[in-house]
Design a protein around this ligand. Sequence first.
Ligand code: AHG
Ligand code: MN
Ligand code: MN
Length: 335
Amino acid sequence: MNPKRQSHVFTDNLNSLQSHILAEEARHPHAAGDFSWIVSAIGLGAKAIANKVRRARLEGVLGDFGTSNVQGEQQQSMDVIANEILIRCLGSRANIAVIASEEDEEPTILRKGSEGGKYCVLFDPLDGSSNLDVCGPVGTIFSVLRNNPDESDAERTVCRAGCHQVAAGYILYGPSTALVMTTGRGTDLFELDPYLGSFILVKAGLQIPPRHKVYSINEAYVDSFPKSYQDYLLHCHKSGYSSRYIGALVADVHRILMSGGIFLYPPTAAHPNGKLRLLYEANPIAMIVEQAGGRCMSGPCRTLDVQPNKLHQRVPLMVGSSLEVEDAMRFTAQD
Ligand code: AHG
Ligand code: MN
Ligand code: MN
């Protein structure tokens, strides 16, 4: 039968993450299929984590693991499980040189450039994990950089400005399992079809509305925000804004990606440089949002231009609809 013959009876969407990435690679004659291996590892890891997240209470793996991570935060059992799942899935891919996780103090060198290590993958294996005990949304965030075969120090290899990312994405474990990804040619949305066991492309080229009067911030810390952020919030209170805050970066950003608004995590007394980590939270989110027409700032600097010097470095974050971020910058740019 002629494979090009369009079927008119079976019209289900079979445009999977894998076929989408292979089609993207076909547009780059020099691509050697390496990248699709990484995406398939991330997709496999995401499905395994989604399964564990949904069964966590049944399997008794909620709550604290009893250890704290390099961030000094209490690790949830699911933080550790998600981390191990991703290390297992990514570790088996022969073109990954270095992996770096929020949960591990140091990056892990899997293989040198001379042994085929072409990419570095950084990730927050479970974002917003404190939501799990109350059946709230959580996520996974990932960032892909090219390996530098001439750099022997793993931390220096991954400490590169976000504008050098070759891909970024997140998975949101909510009422459905959504995967959002960019390779620098727009931001695409996939949904896990549990019956097929595949992520299916449901929207290519997402565009964030330039304005939407919803802000997302933990106002409990308002007294320790810089005055410029306090003034911006007063402006919002007087300008008809509403507020939404889920407490998981991936969930708050996904709402903004789908309907617009602005998310802010300013400097606070507890986190004078902001709480969110640059390399595996802020940078991937910034690439995703900018590729969808939004903006992402860390203080006066475009997040993707911040030059990292530490793997677990934290930055303030202001991200979302372009006009909403520009309005906020009029208050905070002097900081
Ligand atoms: P993680 O669970 O990976 O440590 O991330 C939690 C982060 C982020 O997801 C969220 O936006 C932020 O912490 C919420 O912080 P507050 O609880 O201080 O508002
Ligand atoms: Mn996180
Ligand atoms: Mn995390």
